[in-house]
Design a protein around this ligand. Structure first.
Ligand SMILES: Cc1cc2nc3c(=O)[nH]c(=O)nc-3n(C[C@H](O)[C@H](O)[C@H](O)COP(=O)(O)OP(=O)(O)OC[C@H]3O[C@@H](n4cnc5c(N)ncnc54)[C@H](O)[C@@H]3O)c2cc1C
Length: 404
């Protein structure tokens, strides 16, 4: 791959920079992507401007309001946008996962109703997959939908639903036929988060935020027209969402190599400014982080090259998520130790981002597939190693032992 911009890419980059300069403040790297109060209003206003300027849905087909450009243009916009305050948090799940699923698996009426409003920031989406006993094994979902005339009645509970408290719509995975094996009795729906019977309870996190929630469904009525894909084809639809999720959450949102190098240059102790940089053990770590960050960047270019040639996000994106989430935890841990050693415990300003990210980094290792699950995916689908034994594959879901 040629790493230099083509003339067309360079022109797009300078247009993106001009747009971002006019509309965003520079970034304080590492703050948890949020979405509440005033920040939500600013995020929505920014998303509208972004859509009006043609920088939302860059790779989406033109007939669905996108710009129909190759994936490299999305990468370029992402590189430039990443230098500014992150206001895109509330839209990551909708635009990165739910709406692309509707574009490829939904009906014309659904695309007509939902795509434009998501693109221009009017409506926010959440992903209602995980349950108390269906996280890594999301196909074990128990939330039940039963047909009632032209509608379905939903009862059950979801958990860890990011952004449910600010969402208008959710993509909901439910069990419609417990007589079938677990992957075959699932169906996907679009649910209105403001409908009667949908109760959202925020979960308080150790980072201080409350970005995810428990969501309870009590006799919630959903029209059959809100079904995405066929009855019993929910797993197929979920896989489309999950493939997009790997790309949407695989990046490196927190303080990285450049930030800890900068911290090490700034810290001054008894032996003078930059003393940490002379520490051989710390230099060794710096080298490891640099290799990991660059390796990720180049691997990502490879994925983007494949995408721009018409490929789909493949299981190799899982490698990036494992590497980035672990490096973030390692870097924030080392930064806090260094700050402690040099007598600085910063809550605010550029040094505070490490303490802040330290508290939400563990979540990144779980969200979108835990390290162990991603390692299984890499072993089976990238390296071609034998599958884990799956004793429950051909058993009716209702007959699976539950321990209850
Ligand atoms: C910040 C954050 C945001 C999230 N947002 C959403 C959201 O918006 N929507 C949503 O639906 N969900 C969301 N989740 C939920 C997330 O998808 C699940 O937490 C995740 O899939 C793990 O499921 P679990 O928590 O039930 O853990 P479990 O599946 O119970 O896993 C517990 C432990 O067992 C290990 N384990 C499980 N199965 C295996 C196996 N087969 N082999 C080896 N080890 C295994 C896991 O790696 C883990 O260490 C979010 C989670 C986090 C942390």
């Amino acid at each position: 791959m040629d790493f230099n911009d083509t003339p067309e890419e360079a022109k797009f980059r300078s247009e993106a920079r001009a747009f971002l300069d006019a509309n965003l403040k520079p970034k304080l790297r590492g703050r948890e992507p949020g979405g509440g109060g005033d920040e939500l209003a600013r995020s929505k206003a920014y998303q509208k401007k972004k859509a009006d300027a043609g920088f939302s849905g860059i790779t989406w087909p033109k007939e669905h309001g996108g710009r129909g450009l190759p994936a490299i243009f999305q990468v370029i916009f992402g590189q430039e946008e990443g230098k500014y305050e992150p206001l895109g948090g509330p839209f990551i799940i909708g635009l990165g996962m739910c709406v692309p699923t509707i574009i490829s698996m939904g009906t014309d009426a659904q695309r007509e109703r939902f795509v434009a409003k998501a693109l221009n920031g009017e409506e926010i989406w959440c992903q209602l997959f995980s349950e108390p006993s269906a996280g890594s094994d999301v196909a074990a979902a128990r939330t039940r939908a039963v047909k009632d005339g032209e509608d379905w009645i939903v009862n059950g509970q979801k958990v860890w639903t990011s952004g449910a408290h600010i969402s208008d719509w959710g993509l909901l995975l439910v069990r419609t036929d417990p007589e079938l094996p677990k992957h075959k009795g699932l169906t996907m729906f679009i649910v209105n988060m403001k409908d009667p019977g949908v109760e959202v309870r925020p979960i308080h996190q150790m980072s201080g935020g409350s970005n995810f929630n428990e969501v309870y469904f009590t006799d919630v009525r959903i029209a059959d027209a809100m079904r995405v894909g066929g009855v019993g084809e929910g797993w197929k639809v979920a896989l489309v969402t999950l493939m997009n999720e790997r790309l949407a959450v695989g990046g490196s949102p927190g303080p990285d190599y450049a930030e800890i190098l900068e911290l090490a240059r700034r810290l001054s102790g008894p032996s003078g400014q930059g003393a940490l940089l002379q520490d051989p053990a710390f230099r060794q770590k710096l080298a490891d982080w640099y290799v990991s960050a660059e390796g990720y960047k180049l691997g990502r270019f490879r994925t983007m090259t494949a995408l721009s040639k018409g490929g789909v996000p493949g299981p190799e994106s899982s490698i990036g998520k494992i590497i980035n989430a672990n490096r973030l935890q390692d870097i924030t841990n080392a930064a806090i130790e260094a700050q402690d050693h040099y007598g600085i415990v910063a809550q605010d300003g550029p040094d505070g981002v490490f303490g802040d990210a330290y508290l939400w980094a563990p979540g990144l290792r779980i969200a979108g597939g835990s390290d162990e699950i991603l390692k299984n995916i890499i072993a089976e689908r990238v390296l071609g190693l034998p599958q884990d034994p799956r004793a429950d594959k051909d058993v009716a879901f209702k007959d699976l032992p539950t321990g209850r």
